[in-house]
Design a protein around this ligand. Structure first.
Ligand SMILES: *[C@@H]1O[C@H](CO)[C@@H](O)[C@H](O)[C@H]1NC(C)=O
Length: 456
C-alpha cells in the first residue's frame, strides 16, 4: 500500500512538472489512490445510492429516504441549498399514511403505479399515476399514496423545496404510529375536548389508541407510516381516482405524463423527453424542468452544457460513465497561482445514484448498458442546452470561420471541417470505427499515454 502511494506521489509530481512545461494544468478529480475512487465516490457531484441517502423511515412495506444536502458536499453547488431529493419505495397493496410537510414537492413516478390523493379543506383529488407521471404537491397539502398493484413495487422520487428552513422540512402525520406520534396529540386535553366536543378518553381511544396499547401491549401498535391495505379497500379508492395516463398536457393542477409528449431529441441511439416551465404551469411555479432519457447500450450523449439550469440526475435503470468538466474552485486556484485549472469529474453511475450537473459545466454521458435516467432542472425557465459537437444545436458550428481561424491553431477551414464531421446529433455511437482502429494501434502511442493509463 505504502509503495503504491509513493509511486502515485511520484506520478503526480511527474504530471505536475509536465503540466508546467505545457503551460496548462489538467486535473482529474478522482480518488485514484483508493479503490472507491475508481468509481468516483469522492467526486462532489456524485451521490451513490448506498452511501449518500439518509433513511427517514423503513419497515417491511417500504421506505422513505432523503439524499444528503447538496450544499454540504460541494461549494460549487451552494445554490442547491434549498433543494432536497426524497426517494419513496413501497410494496404492492400498501398505503403511505396521510400527512403534510413544510415543503413544496414535485413528485415523479419512476416505477410502478400509484394512487395519489391530495386532500383540500373542502374537496379531494385522487389520481392514478403511472411511470413518467409528475405532479406538484403544494406545501402543506395533506396527501396519501397507495400502491394499488398486486405485484409491482412503487418507486417515487420527490424534489422537495422547504418553506420554513433553507434545507430542512418535516412530515406531519395525522395518525400515531410506532414511527411518529400524531401531531394532533400535541394539543392539550382542554383544546382537544373543546375542539371535538367530546370527552378526552373518547378522543384518545378513537384517534390515538394509547389506552388500548397499554392494555394489549406492544402488539396493537401500528407498524409505521407505511401500512398494508386490503384488496377491497384499494378497489374502493380506485373507483374515485381519475386516470390521467392518456393526457399529455392536462389541466393546470392535474398530473402530466412527460413521456406522452414527443421526444425533443430522438435517433437510433437515444430519446429525450422533456417538460419545461414554458409548457406547464406546475413547473413554471417551481421553475423546474423534468426530463426522462433513454439511451441504448454503447450510446454517447454528446458534450453539452446547460445555460442556466442546475440538473439533478437520478439513474432509474442501467449503468453509465459520466464526465463533467469544471474549473477548480478559487482556493485551489490561489495555490496554483495564475493558471486556471480545468478539472474532470468522473463517475460510474448505476441504479438509484444521483449526479448533479452545475449550470455551464460541460458534460457527456456514455451508456455502458441500456440506460434510463430522470432529471430535475433547477432554475429552468429559458434554459438552453448548448451542444459542443454534432449536427444540431451545436454552438461551435455557429462561430464564424474568421473567428475560428484566430481562436484555434489550425486554419479556419480545417477547424470548420472538424466541427462538421460528426453528422449525428445529440446521441451518437460511443465507440466509432475511428476509435476502434486506434485502440488496435495502442502500442505505437508515446510513453505518456501509458503513464496516464496506469495512473487513472
Ligand atoms: C464508453 O464506454 C465503453 C465501455 O467502457 C468504452 O469501450 C468506450 O470507449 C467509451 N466511449 C467513450 C466515448 O468514452
Amino acid at each position: 500500500m505504502l509503495r503504491v502511494r509513493v509511486q502515485l506521489l511520484l506520478g503526480i509530481l511527474f504530471l505536475a512538472s509536465l503540466s508546467v512545461s505545457f503551460g496548462i494544468v489538467h486535473r482529474e478529480h478522482q480518488e485514484s489512490q483508493e479503490e472507491s475512487d475508481s468509481r468516483g465516490e469522492n467526486n462532489p457531484f456524485y451521490f451513490s445510492s448506498d452511501r449518500r441517502f439518509h433513511t427517514l423511515f423503513t419497515n417491511q412495506y417500504g421506505h422513505l429516504r432523503i439524499l444528503h444536502r447538496f450544499d454540504q458536499r460541494s461549494k460549487q453547488i451552494q445554490n442547491l441549498e434549498n433543494y432536497r431529493v426524497v426517494e419513496f419505495k413501497s410494496k404492492p397493496n400498501t398505503l403511505l399514511l396521510p400527512h403534510h410537510a413544510d415543503a413544496d414537492f414535485l413528485l415523479v413516478v419512476l416505477n410502478g403505479r400509484a394512487i395519489l390523493t391530495l386532500v383540500n379543506p373542502d374537496s379531494r383529488d385522487s389520481y392514478i399515476l403511472e411511470q413518467g407521471h409528475a405532479q406538484k404537491i403544494p406545501a402543506g397539502t395533506t396527501f396519501f399514496l397507495v400502491n394499488p398493484d398486486d405485484n409491482e413495487n412503487l418507486r417515487i422520487i420527490k424534489l422537495a423545496i422547504p418553506v420554513n428552513n433553507p434545507h430542512r422540512f418535516q412530515d406531519f402525520f395525522l395518525s400515531s404510529t410506532e414511527a411518529q406520534q400524531s401531531y394532533l396529540r400535541g394539543f392539550s386535553k382542554n383544546i382537544l375536548e373543546a375542539s371535538f366536543d367530546s370527552d378526552f378518553k373518547e378522543i384518545n381511544r378513537v384517534l390515538f389508541g394509547e389506552e388500548r396499547q397499554q392494555q394489549q401491549g406492544e402488539e396493537s401498535r401500528e407498524e409505521g407510516v407505511i401500512v398494508e391495505l386490503k384488496r377491497e379497500q384499494i378497489q374502493e379508492l380506485m373507483k374515485h381516482a381519475k386516470s390521467s395516463s392518456r393526457k399529455e398536457l392536462s389541466s393546470q393542477d392535474e398530473p402530466f405524463n412527460l413521456r406522452n409528449s414527443k421526444p425533443i431529441y430522438s435517433n437510433k441511439f437515444g430519446r429525450w423527453y422533456e417538460m419545461t416551465p414554458e409548457k406547464n404551469p406546475q413547473l413554471k411555479d417551481l421553475d423546474v424542468f423534468i426530463s426522462s432519457v433513454d439511451m441504448k447500450e454503447g450510446a454517447l450523449l454528446l458534450p453539452h452544457y446547460n445555460s442556466k439550469a442546475i440538473v439533478i440526475m437520478v439513474i432509474n435503470e442501467g449503468e453509465a460513465k459520466i464526465e463533467l468538466v469544471g474549473l477548480s474552485d478559487q482556493q485551489q486556484q490561489k495555490q496554483q497561482e495564475e493558471s486556471l485549472e480545468v478539472q474532470r469529474y468522473r463517475a460510474e453511475l448505476s441504479e438509484d445514484d444521483v449526479f448533479v450537473i452545475p449550470a455551464a459545466y460541460p458534460v457527456a454521458i456514455n451508456a455502458t448498458s441500456n440506460l434510463n435516467f430522470f432529471a430535475f432542472g433547477i432554475n429552468a425557465e429559458n434554459n438552453q442546452r448548448n451542444f459542443l459537437a454534432g449536427g444540431k444545436d451545436n454552438v461551435m458550428s455557429e462561430i464564424p470561420t474568421e473567428v475560428l481561424e484566430v481562436s484555434f491553431p489550425a486554419s479556419g477551414k480545417k477547424v470548420e471541417k472538424l466541427i462538421k464531421k460528426q453528422s449525428e446529433s445529440h446521441f451518437v455511437d460511443a465507440q466509432p470505427e475511428q476509435q476502434q482502429r486506434e485502440e488496435g494501434h495502442k502500442g505505437r502511442k508515446g510513453s505518456l499515454s501509458s503513464i496516464l493509463g496506469s495512473l487513472y
